[in-house]
Design a protein around this ligand. Structure first.
Ligand code: AMP
Ligand code: ZN
Length: 463
């Protein structure tokens, strides 16, 4: 068995994954800022790290993997949205937390072990800021508390930036109360009308980076195994999380592996709220696409590669799932062989830095084998392998009849259509094109839409 290899952004190479404690594997992923609905690009991190969560659970056992994904519920954009509607920030954050849970649920994303919120961890943030002040790596100035980047020698090493680059890149806000323009905010005063929390260094609210550092420490510990997020978070967010946590914890690393997903574009342009070119998961669900189709589409590219979202991508994802569900539908009478797991080919693909395109290709190889199997033993084994592999990817968890919308169809009618479909397949095998065409017309008159695939014909009712 090969071991799990993960690409680590910090060392810029694929490394063998070795958890600190195989009975307690820890992973943290930066979650959404809940000020508005997510777009399909925002679904890439939860889906990618859900695959990793499933793989880790498969390798170390379900009870031995702790996964925390936070909700950023204290943020300027949330304050702005609350003021605009004249409501408490909790009205905004509760609403969009629910939307996020519905969207990720539709995409078969497992609920993480912990879902901490910034408002729920205010004391932890304040305590960490006090530690940083006591260690003289942070200072208070004009109601703010700032992290002093010159006090942390390795600042910039993670994202491979020099202080000059950071300033030249104008990614840092210059302010009179800063000793160094690259110093970043740990705490700041709230503006009138904004929520504020009491703290020894003055009432106010935390900065975004300290929220994650404190939530990681409280939910998982000082050093975690894996930290993930979108590639845009490398700098400044993760660079700053590292600076804070390493200084607060006497030099202990924050995470042993850092993983970042690539971006989703729409017709070759980065999908982002600020550009306004976003597609929301619920828009696609309302058009009749299953969440599983969206999940499948997101897994067709390697997680570090960019992925362009197009109608064609979604259409191909639906057709691929039709093929797999079609195979399962034909295998409905066959029981799954007991104790079947995902075969080596699927594991090898996923253990190679989560190569989902390769794992999906392996799924089709199993489906092909299941389809061609002649004995019941072979069928039951291939069906077991197919379902176990799909589960690892969060796919094929629906009943195949439901997938094709046939659950409520009269069984007699269903059997009649199935037998016409078989007759048509036989006619095609015999190259009796006239008969095949005639059967297609008969099926058409019964409102049946037939789709041929390499594994055989699948059908659903029109409209
Ligand atoms: P935001 O709501 O913009 O803070 O983004 C939430 C998460 O989604 C972050 O981890 C981002 O890295 C990620 N993200 C935002 N836009 C995209 C995109 N187009 N493709 C992939 N990930 C994205
Ligand atoms: Zn974070």
């Amino acid at each position: 068995m090969t071991s799990l290899h993960l690409y680590d952004t910090a060392s810029r190479q694929k490394r063998v994954f070795e958890p600190q404690n195989p009975k307690r594997v820890t992973m943290y992923v930066c979650g959404p800022t809940v000020y508005g609905p997510a777009h399909i690009g925002n679904m890439r991190p939860p889906v990618v790290f859900d695959v990793l969560f499933r793989v880790l659970r498969g390798l170390y056992g379900e009870d031995h993997v702790l996964y925390a994904r936070n909700f950023t519920d204290v943020d300027d954009k949330i304050n702005a949205a609350a003021i605009k509607e004249g409501v408490d920030i909790s009205v905004i954050t509760d609403r969009f937390t629910k939307v996020y849970m519905d969207d990720t649920g539709a995409l078969n994303v497992l609920v993480p072990t912990h879902q901490p919120t910034a408002t729920g961890h205010m004391d932890d943030m304040i305590a960490m800021i006090e530690t940083l002040i006591a260690k003289k790596v942070a200072y208070a100035a004009e109601g703010h508390v700032l992290f002093s980047v010159s006090a942390y020698e390795a600042y910039g090493a993670f994202s491979n930036r020099s202080l000059d680059d950071m300033i030249a890149g104008a990614r840092v806000e210059v302010a009179p109360y800063k000793k160094d323009p690259a110093d970043f905010v740990l705490w700041k005063p709230s503006k009138p009308g904004e929520p504020e929390w009491k703290a020894p260094f003055g009432a106010g609210r935390p900065g975004w980076h300290i929220e994650c550092s404190a939530m990681i420490k409280t939910t998982l510990g000082e050093t975690i195994d894996i930290h993930g997020g979108g590639i845009d978070l490398v700098f400044p967010h993760h660079e700053n999380e590292i600076a804070q946590s390493v200084c607060a914890h006497d030099g202990k690393p924050l995470a042993n592996y850092w993983m970042h997903n690539g971006f989703l574009s729409l017709n070759a342009e980065k999908m982002s709220k600020s550009l306004g070119n976003v597609i929301r998961p619920n828009e696609l669900l309302a058009k009749g696409f299953s969440g599983e189709v969206l999940r499948y589409a997101l897994m067709t590219a390697h997680y570090r590669a960019p992925l362009d979202w197009t109608d064609d991508l979604v259409d191909r994802a639906r057709k691929s799932l039709d093929r797999l569900y079609g195979v399962l539908r034909r295998l409905t009478p066959i029981d799954v062989a007991p104790g079947m797991g995902a075969p080596e080919a699927v594991w090898t693909a996923l253990k190679d830095d989560l190569n989902t395109p390769k794992a999906l290709a392996a799924l089709f190889e199993i489906a092909g084998r299941a389809n061609k199997a002649e004995t019941e033993d072979e069928q039951s084994q291939a069906k077991g392998e197919l379902l176990a592999s799909a589960k690892l990817l969060g796919l094929l968890e629906q009943d195949p009849e439901a997938w094709f919308g046939l659950s409520d169809l009269d069984p007699g009618e269903k059997a009649r259509i199935d037998s016409l479909i078989s007759e048509r397949a036989q006619a095609r095998a015999n190259k009796d094109w006239a008969k095949a065409d005639e059967l297609r017309d008969t099926l058409g008159a019964l409102n049946v839409l037939v789709e041929d695939s390499p594994e055989g014909a699948n059908w659903r009712l029109k409209g």
